[in-house]
Design a protein around this ligand. Structure first.
Ligand code: FE
Length: 175
C-alpha cells in the first residue's frame, strides 16, 4: 500500500501543466533607419499628407485603426508598455523621433507613458470630447497620426503623462 501511494504521488507530479504562462519573447526593436529626422521649411515642420487609401496600404490594420481612426489598443496588449531598454520611440507611420526612453516611466496603465516628447513641436495636441470625457488627444505633428492622450497626472519635472499606443510607435534601441 505504501509503495502504491508513492507511485501515485510521482504520477501526479509528472502530469503536464494544464496552463502555461504566456512568456513568448516579443521583439520590440526596429533598425536605426526607422528614424526619419524632422525637416523644416521657413521655420515650420514639413508635414506629410497622404490619403486614407495611401495610409491603408502602408499601415497594418491595427495601426491604421489606432493612427487614422483614433482607436485605442487594449491595455497591457502592446509591445512597448513594459519595454525598459534605452532608445528612441519614433512615429510608427512616418519615423519622426517622438519620445526618448529617458522620459519613459511605469504608469501602471498598460500603455507606454512618457513625461515629455523629444521636442514640443513634434506632437500636436487637440481637445477630444469623445466617450463623454474631456481629454487632450496627442498626434504626430508631421503625419497627423493619432498617438494617444496627454494627462496632467504625470511625474516631475513636467507633471504630464503622455499615454501612447504601442502600435503608434516603433522602438529604435540605442547602441
Ligand atoms: Fe508621424
Amino acid at each position: 500500500m505504501k509503495y502504491l501511494c508513492i507511485v501515485l504521488a510521482l504520477a501526479a507530479c509528472s502530469e503536464p501543466e494544464q496552463t502555461q504562462a504566456y512568456s513568448a519573447a516579443v521583439s520590440t526593436e526596429t533598425s536605426a533607419d526607422s528614424i526619419v529626422p524632422a525637416q523644416y521649411d521657413g521655420g515650420k515642420l514639413v508635414r506629410i499628407n497622404k490619403s486614407d487609401a495611401e495610409w491603408k496600404r502602408t499601415l497594418s490594420e491595427m495601426s491604421y485603426y489606432v493612427m487614422r481612426e483614433e482607436g485605442t489598443e487594449r491595455a497591457f496588449t502592446g509591445k512597448l508598455w513594459s519595454n525598459k531598454a534605452k532608445g528612441t520611440y519614433v512615429c510608427h507611420a512616418c519615423g519622426l523621433p517622438l519620445f526618448s526612453s529617458a522620459t519613459k516611466f511605469d504608469s501602471g496603465t498598460g500603455w507606454p507613458s512618457y513625461y515629455q516628447p523629444v521636442a514640443a513641436d513634434y506632437v500636436r495636441e487637440n481637445k477630444d470630447s469623445s466617450l463623454g470625457m474631456m481629454r487632450v488627444e496627442v498626434e504626430c505633428a508631421r503625419c497627423g497620426g493619432h498617438l494617444g492622450h496627454v494627462f496632467d497626472d504625470g511625474p516631475a519635472p513636467t507633471g504630464l503623462r503622455y499615454c501612447i499606443n504601442s502600435v503608434s510607435l516603433r522602438f529604435v534601441k540605442e547602441n
